[in-house]
Write a protein that binds this ligand. Structure first.
Ligand code: KG4
Ligand code: ZN
Length: 356
């Protein structure tokens, strides 16, 4: 199967392979597909000067790179288009213009090659990445946590394709907050790794930044107030910029205090969601899962609660097409998408169940 990913600012194509030959032959439990090739072209350099993803630039870059990326994935897989059994593409959630590029290419390939078209949910794919990383251990059912540039979401996952939205951010995603705070502090883009580096020598208690909704049982996050709090603290201490040593310490302390607040909110709401659902497994996906402070805090939470923690390695955790292997599960159920199907920008909500 050829999987495509164009939800945001990475153009991805991957070939994934199953050890069986058709929908009727899959044993139960279904073995996890193998990643044969996984090519990702990042647009970081294009968006860097703007401190965040610019949707139109993203769409145009997908247009330019998607065919070369697919070609490379096929070459690395040593396969011809005839060898493929289906074409899969992420159609939600994401930037509409970016999604349209991937879906148009997938439809064209499906039509011209006479192969079935499968669509998959980018969030479900992020969670399935953990299953791809640990093919021998069933990671579902689990509590799902997606922390990325576009999402801060908790999900009740009864299986890889039976996922219900439990809660999420009311405003910005946590990764976006990392990117915006890094830009404010002059640390560059993407902000996550830059904040983490600066925070390593800072004091996480130097500033008491807000942890919204900590006293509430609602599974909600908010990062816009935290961003504003960092901005205010930065402006109040701007006079320190005159002294290079004090300025460096200020940036490190702001980064460390911001990172601690951002991670605390996630850990706190995850703890509440684990209690509410009773899940014994936690699966974490998305680029912010690379953050060591967050990882350590989640590890500690899971250790205390006797919960198994599953986080895919970085190359599978961030946006890529191999995680689209989740679409194989649909193919095995004999599902395919019509050639007039559309994309969807928004997140999974309780009123919009995750099934597609
Ligand atoms: O999942 P991802 O590659 O793309 C999507 O947004 O879907 O996540 C990218 C986000 C960016 O906001 C980036 O700043 C953040 O992940 N990130 C990190 C770290 N590495 C990447 N955030 C915190 N700490 C990190 N080490
Ligand atoms: Zn993503």
């Amino acid at each position: 199967m050829l999987c495509l990913e164009t939800t945001c600012d990475e153009t991805g194509a991957a070939v994934v392979e199953s050890p069986w030959f058709g929908p009727d032959e899959a044993p139960d439990p279904t073995p996890v597909p193998k990643i044969v090739s996984n090519v990702v072209s990042s647009q970081i350099d294009l968006h860097g000067p703007f401190g965040g993803v610019v949707p139109e630039i993203a769409s145009r870059a997908h247009l330019r790179t998607i065919l070369p990326v697919i070609r490379q994935a096929m070459v690395e897989a040593k396969m011809t288009y005839d060898d493929l059994d289906a074409i899969a593409v992420a159609t939600k959630p994401g930037l509409v213009g970016a999604l349209v590029v991937g879906l148009s290419v997938a439809k064209t390939l499906a039509l011209t090659l006479g192969k079935p078209l499968l669509t998959y949910d980018h969030i479900e794919a992020h969670l399935y990445a953990a299953q791809l990383a640990e093919p021998e251990t069933p990671v579902f059912p689990c509590l799902g946590l997606i922390v990325s540039g576009g999402h801060t979401t908790l999900l009740d996952c009864r299986s890889a394709l039976d996922v219900t939205w439990l809660g999420g951010t009311l405003d910005d995603a946590v990764g976006e907050a990392f990117d915006k705070v890094a830009s404010l502090l002059g640390l560059g883009y993407p902000g996550g790794p830059a904040i983490e580096k600066a925070a390593a020598v800072g004091d996480p208690k130097a500033f008491a930044f807000p942890r919204p909704f900590a006293q509430e049982s609602r599974l909600v996050f908010s990062y816009s107030g935290l961003k504003t709090a960092v901005l205010r603290a930065f402006e109040q201490n701007r006079y320190k910029a005159l002294d290079p040593e004090a300025s460096e310490k200020l940036i490190a302390d702001l980064a460390a205090s911001f990172q601690a607040a951002a991670a605390d909110s996630i850990v706190h709401k995850t703890k509440q969601a684990l209690k509410a659902t009773g899940h014994g497994r936690l699966v974490v996906g998305g680029g912010v899962a690379a953050n060591k402070a967050l990882r350590n805090a989640l590890e500690e939470l899971c250790r205390k609660r006797h919960v198994h923690l599953h986080i895919a390695p970085m190359w599978l955790c961030t946006d890529n097409a191999a995680m689209g292997a989740v679409a194989y599960l649909k193919w095995l159920r004999g599902e395919s998408a019509p050639l007039d199907c559309d994309v969807m920008a928004g997140l999974l909500r309780p009123d919009k169940p995750a099934k597609s």
